[in-house]
Design a protein around this ligand. Structure first.
Ligand code: COA
Length: 138
């Protein structure tokens, strides 16, 4: 399957891709309190967005990387298209975010996982600190 991975630092750099990513996050992610893509777009300010695109430039996966302290980053809003699960898209966006993190001098990534995604993060080498809290040293 053709997958292109792109990254951008602000939603206004890539408005169309940002909106698609926001819609995917809303559709799948843990946002019970809002249905408004604008809220998600606001959350994308101040972090690097990784987006996996199919051959039609449609966003089929995304991950956010936020630098929080020197050397420490948070992985946020990791999702892949529900009809394309198990095809390596989640791994691609997380590994891209990890390599961007390293390039920014980040050596530790933390994240809060949904319960269903716990085996996914274990598989990607994240250590479990709490029921849903994970950490990886890069
Ligand atoms: C979690 C999620 C991002 C995984 O995406 P995906 O595209 O299906 O993942 P991949 O195909 O890249 O899987 C990567 C590896 O994890 C493994 N994996 C993924 N889900 C798994 C599961 N539920 N149980 C066991 N292994 C799993 C895959 O087998 C694969 O292993 P391999 O690369 O060694 O063959 C996706 O299921 C999702 O969007 N879930 C809903 C949203 C969510 O919970 N996000 C996380 C919240 S922070």
């Amino acid at each position: 399957m053709f997958v292109e991975v792109v990254q951008f630092d602000r939603p206004d750099e890539e408005p169309e891709l940002s909106l698609q990513a926001a819609r995917l996050i809303l559709e799948i992610g843990n946002y019970k309190h809002t249905r408004d893509p604008e809220m998600i777009l606001e959350g994308m300010i101040g972090r690097t967005t990784v987006a996996a695109l199919d051959g039609y430039s449609q966003v089929i996966g995304t991950a956010g990387l936020r630098a929080v302290n020197p050397g420490l980053g948070m992985l946020e809003d990791v999702v892949s298209d529900p009809v394309k699960r198990g095809l390596g898209i989640g791994r691609k966006v997380v590994e891209a975010a990890e390599s961007i993190a390293l390039g920014q001098g980040i050596t530790e990534l933390n994240l809060t996982s949904s319960l269903l995604a716990v085996p996914f993060y274990r598989r990607l080498g994240y250590g479990q600190l709490g029921e849903r809290l994970f950490r990886k040293f890069l």
